[in-house]
Design a protein around this ligand. Structure first.
Ligand code: PLP
Length: 359
């Protein structure tokens, strides 16, 4: 008997392929590769090393993420997408060649006050309609002038973020882009507004810098399988069968007895559960892939295991590989069935899941 525990298999070939596809889609834009949240669960060290010579900058959400890249020897610029959180971060940012977003007056005041060993590049975040972060359109001129006059600033860029770019028939994206172009017109500085959906669906919004996240990992920003866009999933989440059992018609399976078999069948027990980050909310009937076919989850997902209906005539054995998502079973399909966003599925995985870097 040889059973492999839950493992995220990560392909650097797929990762590099996806970045090439993205660059072909936006040939005139430089690339900020977004590797926040442990590179969307794919391993920040591995992903950033694999991409170091392919991209122009890395995007993260926390200073700790930026510093972990530096400690792994990454020397490309790094952008703090939400800016810095406190004044004491600024000298660390300056000496580590980190760039920061500025999205409010509090940050700008700290930047003006700071005594830094060198100037830093900052990106002024403009709220064009997301209404989450950013300075309002009528404040842009004022903020821009304050930055121009700030001795700590080496260079100024402009960033904004779409709220509905995954909706192809929605003209809100065009409105946001129009506002962004208009308010930055005549100001010296590079511009960036497109994350994955902007890159795929709104080529007029590519501008000088794009910020791909989810599509680098071969996952679509909506529930359309990413293969349609020429992308390949980077992660295959696998586990194994740890038991197969004969199961009688009319008998329940698992906590709460919520599923009762309508026929005699075989139940497979798979070693993965919500303790690994596979959501407990995954509905009954969600497929897993085993020995060349899809079989449905039955009963409730528990902490370390889940159960599947292998079917009466199945020949699956203990130790057989089970794929939860990957090339054979697109994560977009799992997202659509469960109502849990792909973004959330991949970032939820816990450290108990092993990571294996293939090819
Ligand atoms: C996370 C993030 C991105 C990447 O978004 P995707 O939809 O994964 O491409 C880009 N820009 C900002 C500001 C972000 O926070």
């Amino acid at each position: 008997m040889n059973v492999t525990p839950p493992t995220a298999k990560i392909s650097s070939v797929a990762l590099k392929h996806n970045v090439q596809v993205i660059k072909q889609k936006a040939p005139n834009s430089k690339v900020i590769a977004v590797v926040k949240a442990n590179a969307y669960g794919h391993g920040i060290e591995f992903v950033s090393s694999a991409l170091d010579h392919l991209v122009d900058c890395f995007g993260v959400a926390r200073l700790s993420e930026a510093l972990s890249l530096r400690s792994k020897g990454i020397i490309k610029p790094i952008l703090l997408l939400e800016g810095f959180f406190s004044a004491k971060d600024l000298p660390i940012i300056a000496v580590n060649n980190i760039q920061t977003v500025i999205h409010n007056q509090e940050q700008l005041d700290e930047l003006k006050k700071a005594k830094l060993p060198n100037k830093i590049k900052v990106w002024l975040k403009i709220d064009t309609g997301m209404h989450r972060l950013g300075v309002e359109l009528d404040q842009v001129e004022d903020f821009y002038q304050q930055l121009v006059n700030c001795p700590n600033v080496a260079e100024i860029g402009f960033v904004s973020h779409f709220s509905r770019a995954d909706e192809l028939m929605c003209d809100y994206t065009e409105l946001q882009l129009e506002r962004f172009l208009q308010v930055t017109q005549g100001k010296l500085g590079e511009r960036s507004i497109s994350a994955s959906s902007g890159i795929l669906f709104w080529p007029q919004a590519h501008l000088e810098w794009i910020r791909p996240g989810i599509i680098m990992y071969g996952i679509s920003p909506n529930n359309t399988p990413a293969e349609i866009y020429g992308l390949t999933p980077v992660m295959t989440l696998t586990s194994s069968l740890i038991a197969t059992r004969n199961h009688k018609k009319g008998e329940p399976v698992g906590y709460g007895g919520i599923w009762v078999s309508e026929k005699d069948t075989k139940i497979g027990v798979v070693a993965i559960g919500y303790g690994d980050g596979y959501p407990r909310d995954m509905p009954e009937g969600t497929p897993v892939y085993i020995n060349g076919r899809k079989v449905p989850i039955v009963g409730r997902v528990s902490m370390d295991m889940l159960t599947v209906d292998l079917g009466t005539d199945s020949h699956d054995k203990v130790g057989d590989e089970v794929i939860l998502w990957g090339k054979e079973l697109p994560i977009e399909e799992i997202a659509a069935i469960s109502g849990i966003l792909s973004y959330e599925l991949i970032t939820k995985l816990t450290p108990r899941v092993l990571t294996e870097y293939i090819d």
